[in-house]
Design a protein around this ligand. Structure first.
Ligand SMILES: Cc1cc2nc3c(=O)[nH]c(=O)nc-3n(C[C@H](O)[C@H](O)[C@H](O)COP(=O)(O)O)c2cc1C
Length: 181
């Protein structure tokens, strides 16, 4: 499975569409090399400090959070339809309790520019270097958002990942086509 490097914005539309539904894989790796994946539905891609940036929001209760705190990188992997079940699993189980990659039969593929690997067979892999993080502050947040999304605090930490590479499978476009009825 050979990936090719493409411009960071080559697949913006399908990436953002899948962020909304069904979600994307956020892959993190601890100092000891343990690799984990969770589902994310919140995030964005844009330009900050003149750099292409992937922003992801992670609650402190996630195992992923503890791995990101030990790391300077993450990858965001856009799933193929055949990987949606695994994505759902990774979004409903914690790597604190089990090796989700092994359970889901997900294999890793080394990254080109960051230490955290990607997930093999995902059509797109964003390789991101963490350049900043920031916490959502209750005092600066609209009250209705607090009551809807933060009844138990657990305010997200926003990780700013500079996109150092976007890698695509040769058939990424076909894999990411909208489903035909
Ligand atoms: C579709 C979907 C999207 C999700 N989006 C996020 C998100 O953006 N941020 C977050 O902190 N948790 C999100 N979650 C929840 C985590 O994926 C979930 O709590 C997961 O079990 C955490 O795994 P971990 O403990 O191994 O890190 C999402 C779950 C699903 C199913």
């Amino acid at each position: 499975m050979t990936y090719q490097t493409v411009p960071y914005d080559a697949f913006l539309r399908p990436t953002l569409a899948r962020l909304d539904d069904p979600g994307l894989f956020l892959v993190s790796q601890g100092q000891d090399g343990r690799t984990n994946a969770m589902a994310i539905g919140w995030g964005t891609i844009g330009i900050i400090w003149g750099k292409p940036m992937f922003l992801v929001l992670v609650r402190p209760s996630r195992f992923t959070y503890s791995l990101l705190e030990q790391s300077d990188s993450f990858t965001v992997c856009v799933p193929a339809p055949s990987q949606y079940d695994a994505l759902l699993y990774c979004g409903n189980h914690s790597g604190r309790d089990e090796d989700k990659l092994a359970v889901c039969g997900l294999e890793t593929v080394p990254s080109l520019r960051v230490r955290t690997p990607g997930l093999a067979g995902t059509p797109l892999i964003y390789e991101c270097q963490i350049v900043h993080h920031n916490d959502i502050l209750a005092g600066n947040l609209q009250g209705s958002i607090i009551s809807e999304y933060y009844p138990q605090d657990n305010y997200h930490r926003v990780y700013f990942g500079e996109i150092l590479a976007l890698r695509a499978l040769p058939d990424a476009e076909v894999l990411l086509e909208p489903a035909r009825c």
